[in-house]
Each structure stands twice: as structure tokens, then as C-alpha cells.
Design a protein around this ligand. Structure first.
Ligand SMILES: Nc1ncnc2c1ncn2[C@@H]1O[C@H](COP(=O)(O)OP(=O)(O)O)[C@@H](O)[C@H]1O
Ligand SMILES: [Mg+2]
Length: 339
């Protein structure tokens, strides 16, 4: 279809306050609106007819707004990473878009649901023989521990490092249960406890469907930090410029790996993409230890603001931001035979 004959609707969640967690979580939550603006300007520059659809407060709000458009000439650029603090908020939005008959960029509601619950995603990886750290889910701050310290405690269904700080890495029962208690109380969800893998931290951004292509591997450089138990991307390291960790952790792209190491990392990343059933694009986070790439996180919708991981690796591969946006949209349009 000629791009003059359809419009792009960027659908995003406009959440004005965190429903739980810490007040500072708002920075990550509102990043979505800012990213939408970057996408909007890029798509306008690329010559598309484009509108922004900010979804507020209820799924009905999305239904009403999309009701003004037709699925045959409106393609949704899906940029929702949550909604109203609901565990499966982004899933409900994607499902609603699909139920109304609209086609959209990125993964299906089903794949987003799988990624949202980290334990479900890990179980799927293990079914496919993909290495991921040993884990347990805790619904109360008590009970037998089947794992060996050091461990890391994360909210089961968050992303963007919400709920992750230096206390998340624990070496004793007392610290473990204190952190689980914190997650249960502040994030009102179970805690995922995993073996803390001390190795190098890598991320592989991918795009395409049959074939899935990998962008250069990115590495978080923790060499300025002495204590290996502090080698992790906490919330402050990701989002708070006033934190030393925000400045002391560098991203190197491409990562320095031997061809054999790179191959094994690419292989695990693409297998994860397919095992989870991602579509169009995504990013897999890995800790590489004793030559084993352990998958720690699957991102069905990696942050697309220019300063974040996915765009930076696309730029390291020679794409401009505009070219990256165009390519993601093009992959989705071709998948739906709109182009
Ligand atoms: N099992 C693990 N071993 C070592 N570090 C981990 C592990 N799980 C998470 N981390 C660290 O915590 C960060 C955030 O965890 P992640 O699972 O990626 O959550 P999010 O979905 O919030 O990005 C990772 O980037 C990594 O630095
Ligand atoms: Mg992650």
C-alpha cells in the first residue's frame, strides 16, 4: 500500500503517577511519552501521516479513541510498556488493539504476556534448552531456598530496572527475605529470585522476522566499579543522573568478543527471540559467564528513545535514528503485506 493511503497511530500509555513502587519510578514510566514524541517527529520527517494516541485511565479510553479510525487504513505503532500500574497493562492494550482489528508493530499480546512474567519467560527458555539463571518465585518472605548465594531479587513482572538497587544482590537468608518483603510490599507482586551471574553483561538487539537479524552486541562496562556484587544495572544506574553509577557504567558497542563467543551469544539471542515468539524487533539481555550466555531478560519492546540501548546499537551498525524507525515500521508493514 502506498504510504499516502494510510496513517500511523502511535499508541502509548500516558501514566501520570506510579501506582506502586517508589516515587522515583515515575521517571521511567513517563519516558514512554517522551519516546513517543521522538517516534512522532521521526515518522513525520519520513513523510508519514501520523497521529499520537495517548491512552489514559482505562482500556475504554483506548477503544473510544481507536473507534474514530478504520483498521484498513490505520496502522498502529505500539509503544506501550505498561498501563495504570497493572501487571498485564501493556498486554491488555495490545489485546484491545488486536481485537478491534488493527495491525500493529512489535510482538503480539500473547508474546508480551510471556515476557511480562519473567518466570514464565524463563520456563519457556528452559523448554528450548536456552541457558538462564536458576530461579525460584517467592510469594512470601519465608520458605526453603533451593539456590546458592549470591542471589538477585527482582519484581516478577516489572521492567526498566524498577525495584532493583544494590540491595537486590544478597548473600544471606536475612538479606534475601528482607528484599523479598520489600518487593512484596512495594511492588505488590511476587519476587523472582535468581542466581546472581557475575559475568560480563551483554545485550543483543534484533529485528526482522524470518530472518531475524542481530545488531552489534553491546556490553555494559563495569570496570570503574570494584565490587563485582555491584555490577548490575540498578534503577539509579539507568535513570538517575545524580547517581555515580549513572556515569560510571559505560556501554561498549560492539563488545570485544572472539568470533566464537559472538556466535554463541548471537545464537542464544536469536533462539530466545524465536522461543518467546517475539515479532519485528526486541532485545535480549545476557550475562556471559564461563563461556555460557545466560539469558536474564527478554524485552519485547525495548526503549526506542535515541539515547537508549536499541537505537544506540542500531547507530553503531551505521543506521541513523530515522533509518532505524523507518526500518522497524517497514518490517511490520511487510509482515502484514501492507507494503
Ligand atoms: N541473574 C542475574 N545475574 C546478574 N545480574 C542480573 C541478573 N538478573 C538481573 N541482573 C542485573 O539487573 C539488571 C536488571 O535486571 P533485568 O532482569 O534485566 O530487569 P529489567 O526487566 O528491569 O530490565 C540487569 O541489567 C543486570 O544488570
Ligand atoms: Mg533488562
Amino acid at each position: 500500500m502506498d504510504s499516502r493511503n494510510f496513517q500511523i497511530a502511535i499508541v502509548f500509555n500516558q501514566d501520570d503517577e506510579p501506582a506502586r513502587g517508589a516515587p522515583q519510578d515515575l521517571i521511567a514510566i513517563q519516558d514512554t511519552a517522551q519516546t513517543t514524541q521522538y517516534l512522532y517527529e521521526a515518522l513525520l520527517t519520513l513523510g508519514y501521516q501520523v497521529i499520537k494516541v495517548a491512552v489514559r485511565e482505562s482500556i475504554d479510553n483506548l477503544r473510544k479513541q481507536l473507534g474514530a479510525f478504520e483498521p484498513h487504513n490505520t496502522f498502529v505503532f505500539f509503544n506501550c510498556d505498561g498501563f495504570c500500574g497493572e501487571t498485564y497493562g501493556a498486554v491488555s492494550l495490545a489485546q484491545t488493539i488486536e481485537d478491534l482489528g488493527f495491525k500493529h508493530t512489535g510482538s503480539t499480546a500473547g508474546a508480551i504476556a510471556l515476557c511480562t512474567n519473567k518466570a514464565h519467560a524463563k520456563a519457556r527458555l528452559l523448554e528450548h534448552g536456552i541457558p538462564t539463571p536458576a530461579y525460584q518465585v517467592f510469594e512470601q518472605p519465608a520458605g526453603p531456598i533451593d539456590l546458592e548465594f549470591p542471589l538477585i531479587v527482582k519484581p516478577l513482572t516489572e521492567d526498566a530496572s524498577l525495584g532493583i538497587d544494590l540491595d537486590s544482590v544478597v548473600c544471606s537468608r536475612a538479606d534475601l527475605f528482607a528484599k523479598i518483603k520489600y518487593i512484596l510490599e512495594h511492588y505488590t507482586q511476587p519476587a523472582l529470585v535468581e542466581a546472581f551471574i557475575p559475568g560480563r553483561e551483554l545485550a543483543v538487539a534484533m529485528w526482522g522476522n524470518e530472518p531475524v537479524a542481530c545488531l552489534p552486541i553491546a556490553e555494559e562496562d563495569y570496570s570503574k566499579i570494584n565490587d563485582p556484587h555491584k555490577w548490575l544495572l540498578t534503577y539509579e544506574a539507568k535513570w538517575l543522573p545524580e547517581s555515580p553509577y549513572y556515569h560510571d557504567i559505560f556501554v561498549r558497542c560492539p563488545a570485544e568478543l572472539t568470533p566464537k563467543e559472538s556466535q554463541s551469544v548471537f545464537d542464544v539471542a536469536v533462539r530466545s527471540f524465536k522461543a518467546i515468539g517475539l515479532r519485528d524487533f526486541g532485545r535480549v539481555d545476557i550475562r556471559f559467564h564461563n563461556q555460557i550466555p545466560y539469558v536474564i531478560d527478554i524485552n519485547d519492546l525495548p526503549d526506542l528513545s535515541p539515547e537508549s540501548g536499541f537505537p544506540k546499537t542500531a547507530m553503531a551498525a551505521g543506521y541513523t535514528y530515522l533509518e532505524m524507525v523507518e526500518r522497524i515500521l517497514d518490517i511490520a508493514l511487510r509482515r502484514e503485506a501492507w507494503r
